[in-house]
Design a protein around this ligand. Sequence first.
Ligand code: PHE
Length: 343
Amino acid sequence: MTEQLFKQAKDKLQEIKDYLVANNAELEQFRIAFLGTKNTIRPLFSEIRNIDNARKKEYGQLVNELKQTAEERFEQLKGGLTSAATEHVEKPDLTRSVNANNIGTRHPLSLVQEQICDIFKRIGFTISEGPQIENDFHNFTALNFPPHHPARDMQDTFFISESEIALRTHTSSVQIRVMENSEPPFRTISPGRVFRNETISARAHCQFHQVEGLYVDKNVSLADLKQTLFFFANEMFGQGTKIRLRPSYFPFTEISAEMDISCFVCDQKGCNICKKTGWVEILGCGMVDPNVLNNCGIDSEKYTGFAFGMGVERIAMLKYKVNDIRLFFENDVRFLQQFASVV
Ligand code: PHE
């Protein structure tokens, strides 16, 4: 009996030493068999009572060795699996083909906004920025739209209920901030995002971008406004572009005008971009109303100024023949990538 039990324990010892695993599932089987709560080593301990007294000590040592060997073998097998996994990661497959990096492109609105700003920077305009969330004073009242004035209907916006806070409807609000905080002369443009309560369609959106300009100094005249905008139109749409001013109305300018440029698509022969008129409207402009200067603490007896404002989307749509304003906000890469070559 004693001999038989010794043989059984020694066989098990050998079995543990020779044990191999190929994956984590097999390692778990080893753990259950030799280290788990119902392991196969434990019953060998209770066999000690069947061993001849003289050899009990020797048997005790053998089964203890079994237990210890099982623990050591478990660690060895586990180590073997993890190093095999790491080895795999460390050896990249050098024959694999290279995936080209998907490099993004600049958004067409950023490109056009920058083109507009660059043209005005070259003739001495600075860039001014202001908040998109505005108060009533900067967006309307200071610009000569008093509360309840019907002209406010021209630019309905998103008000935060019961408060004087609204999303700005134009970047003219930035021009007010410039005039409040510095002394003339100023020659500045204000690019940025604006918001209006408009039904979204191919032509209109509830958010868009503007670049507005302001020039205040002594003796600024309508001739200065015309020459500045003529320069801009030729730089933006090509030399030879003609401009015309048509009378219009804005509360903050007196006189006010819309500016058209000669149609660069058909060369004024008549097409569907210019609706067969030969002219396309691109911006609003005028001489700053003296009330606006006074509202900002500027002496309107001493200073005069001109202002203009244009929609970046409108210019981009004309220049790149985009027929739906919603495309600018959908982030469809098939649309955006078409501007990859614009510099
Ligand atoms: N602020 C006007 C608009 O958003 C544009 C404009 C600016 C017109 C300056 C005249 C002078 O419609």
